[in-house]
Design a protein around this ligand. Structure first.
Ligand code: ATP
Ligand code: LTN
Length: 338
């Protein structure tokens, strides 16, 4: 009798990006760029986290448009919709349902320590809503719903991921092995790209336009923004994030985009001025973004195609999410369904 060989199950990758603004070079280097590198060796799920985005007030028409644009960006960055599951968070009800249950396993003290919450509360003092506070619980639900093994993110999300692991372990401690405990996947170079204007702060898509390079900026805009990037006055090209955050940021950007190691770049550029450093950085960024931009233009012109992918994938994601959700509901003792 011939033996049936089961295809080996690949580990699961999950990540999400908020459609809360124009995606930046930071989002690309810290997260997006790594997504497509993983899709051959893992089962990848990439979510458009629109439910997270409304923790900050959004214009409804803009949010809807940005969800579609983010789907196009995902694909334009190299994600193959046949290999990676790209879908919208709000199309899968399990996110909200699991999030509620996990809220009951998360302590106020844990959420109070989250630095993203503190930063965002300070930035939006007029709208410190409960969603902003419980944001990391929804993120934990996103990840745990799919029995995720690994989560590619920028370093700013490390704390949220640790909370996710703690909550999952707490839940498993009470009910048995319900959730897979996920590991972060954080690149060595480029996991925190800094603002061009304030290089001690993270580059962020909800900050003013001149602080970041947007993925869809044209070459002239990219050159102008990088030319105006804040550096320092000692004129030496050296990697020293503490004392030379602006120069170090440009070196990190180049290195993360494949221009060589930080050491080789520093050796190569030693003795040259910041003008050269900035021109070289701009060249790297323009070259890295060009294929994505060309692909994006084609994709965004075909909304029917994008909508079709999101609709189809919502069904698959709901199916997968419900497998975990039903297990969790049963474990906590929710009434049986006929
Ligand atoms: P917002 O400003 O609206 O909070 P954001 O720019 O921080 O948004 P997110 O959607 O929260 O972006 O993040 C998407 C992914 O990009 C996450 O994995 C995050 O860690 C990563 N990321 C965001 N900013 C940077 C950055 N400056 N450097 C490296 N990675 C980043
Ligand atoms: N919180 C993340 C976005 C996000 C996410 C996720 C990332 C929401 N859910 C699940 C990885 C896995 C952020 O603010 N960058």
């Amino acid at each position: 009798m011939s033996e049936i060989i089961k295809p080996e199950k690949k580990p699961i990758i999950f990540s999400g990006i908020q459609p809360s603004g124009t995606l930046t070079l930071g989002n690309y280097i810290g997260a997006l760029k790594n997504f497509s590198l993983l899709q051959d060796d893992y089962d990848c799920i990439y979510c458009i986290v629109d439910m997270h985005a409304i923790t900050v007030r959004q214009n409804p028409a803009d949010l809807r448009r940005r969800c579609m644009e983010l789907a196009a960006i995902y694909i334009a960055s190299g994600l193959d919709p046949k290999k990676s599951l790209i879908y919208c968070q709000s199309h899968v009800t399990g996110h909200a349902e699991l999030s509620w249950i996990l809220n009951c396993f998360t302590y106020m003290g844990e959420l109070n320590r989250m630095t993203q919450y503190k930063d965002k509360a300070a930035k939006h003092a007029d709208n410190i809503n409960a969603g902003l506070f419980t944001y990391p619980v929804l993120m934990a639900a996103d990840i745990l719903l799919f029995q995720t093994n690994m989560v590619p993110v920028g370093v700013d999300q490390k704390q949220h991921l640790e909370l996710c692991r703690d909550v999952a372990q707490r839940f498993n401690g009470v009910y048995g092995n319900v959730f897979t405990i996920p590991e972060p996947y954080i690149a060595k170079v480029g996991s925190k790209i800094m603002s061009l204007q304030e290089p001690t702060r993270k580059m962020s898509k909800s900050d003013p336009d001149d602080t970041f390079v947007a993925l869809l900026d044209d070459p002239d805009t990219i050159r102008r923004k990088i030319k105006r990037a804040v550096t320092d006055s000692d004129g030496e090209i050296r990697y020293d994030p503490e004392n030379k955050p602006g120069v170090s940021n440009l070196l990190s950007i180049m290195s993360a985009l494949g221009a060589g190691s930080i050491e080789s770049l520093t050796a190569e550029l030693a003795g040259q001025g910041y003008g050269t450093l900035k021109t070289r950085t701009a060249d790297c960024v323009i070259a890295a973004l060009e294929p994505l931009q060309n692909e994006y233009k084609k994709l965004i012109a075909d909304k029917g195609y994008l909508q079709g992918i999101l609709d189809e994938n919502a069904k698959t994601a709901n199916y997968l999410a419900n497998k975990t959700l039903r297990k969790v509901q049963k474990k906590v003792g929710f009434a049986s369904r006929g």
